[in-house]
Design a protein around this ligand. Structure first.
Ligand SMILES: [Zn+2]
Length: 290
């Protein structure tokens, strides 16, 4: 084969990732259903709470998540929702609708606690509490975990393993699923995260990037990942991408990207289960990495 037909696979490169039969790449729509929790966590020790950012973020559970759910229904795309426990407790109707739509619900902290602020024991307690909150809201026992703000520590990783989590989706060491210290990683990437383009709060130093620009780039990125046989992990936040113009642009982007032959649109749990079934952790090179 020519290098054009097998981009990224000259002699000595890792072999192409093997997807389910008939599929040559995968895409996941992931929805980080944060609402106001990141602000509540960040301001937990602050004597004052400002309503501006809280209300901006509350748009997510009030309106944005419903628009995203309707969009997924129109396009018949399964998605993975990462839901902080406090959001599940406050918005059980949204959780029920996510479940009824056939989507996956996975963990995302209780109050969007950053792992580098926590001891490993606190991480364990928060995992227990968020599992209970999701169950109380009607979700099935979660398989997966995504760390708030995509940060991770070795102590937290160990807690995820011992808590029975089957996959993590917070890290960027590959653009296809991979094993990392006893867990399947279903990787993310900043370029396909709406927050780095759209998040604008009081004091931000730059204006949000227009949705037309972001979604054009996402179509190109998903298409390129399709060529390389990887995983396109799209990440949207209802308080950001649920805004009217961005939602319409996201729908157009999904319709364009969805044309790709061989692209497997799946939940993160389905991708993780595929990886578990296809690859053993011992399949790795066994070399010690720097
Ligand atoms: Zn989040």
């Amino acid at each position: 084969m020519t290098s054009e037909a097998r981009p990224g696979h000259p002699d000595g490169a890792p072999p192409a990732y093997e997807w389910p039969a008939g599929k040559s790449a995968a895409a996941v729509v992931s929805v980080d259903f944060d609402g106001p929790t990141p602000y509540l966590w960040a301001s937990r020790n602050s004597p004052k709470q400002l309503m501006g950012e809280l209300e901006q973020r509350r748009f997510g559970p009030r309106q944005g998540v419903w628009r995203i759910l309707a969009l997924l229904e129109r396009l018949q795309i399964p998605a993975t929702f990462y839901v902080p426990g406090a959001i599940a407790e406050a918005h059980p109707a949204a959780v029920r609708t996510i479940v009824a739509g056939g989507h996956e619900i996975a963990m995302h902290g209780y109050l969007h606690e950053r792992l580098d602020d926590l001891t490993p024991d606190e991480v364990g307690d928060i995992l227990d509490r968020s599992m209970q909150a999701l169950a109380a809201a009607g979700a099935a026992p979660p398989f997966g975990y995504r760390s708030p703000s995509w940060e991770m520590t070795p102590g937290a990783w160990e807690k995820l393993r011992t808590a029975g989590v089957r996959y993590d989706s917070s890290l960027m060491g590959h653009d296809h699923p991979y094993w990392l210290d006893g867990l399947v990683e279903v990787p993310v990437q900043w370029q396909l995260d709406d927050a780095i383009f759209y998040r604008y709060v009081h004091g931000s130093t730059r204006a949000p990037v227009p949705a037309s620009v972001v979604m054009d780039d996402w179509v190109r990125e998903v298409d390129a990942i399709g060529r390389f046989g990887g995983l396109a992990m799209l990440t949207v936040h209802p308080w950001l991408s649920g805004r009217a113009g961005r939602l319409v642009a996201f729908e157009e982007m999904l319709r364009r990207a969805g044309d790709h032959d061989g692209m497997w649109w799946a939940t993160a749990a389905e991708v993780a289960d595929h990886h578990r079934g296809r690859y053993q952790e011992s399949d790795g090179s066994g070399t010690t990495e720097l």
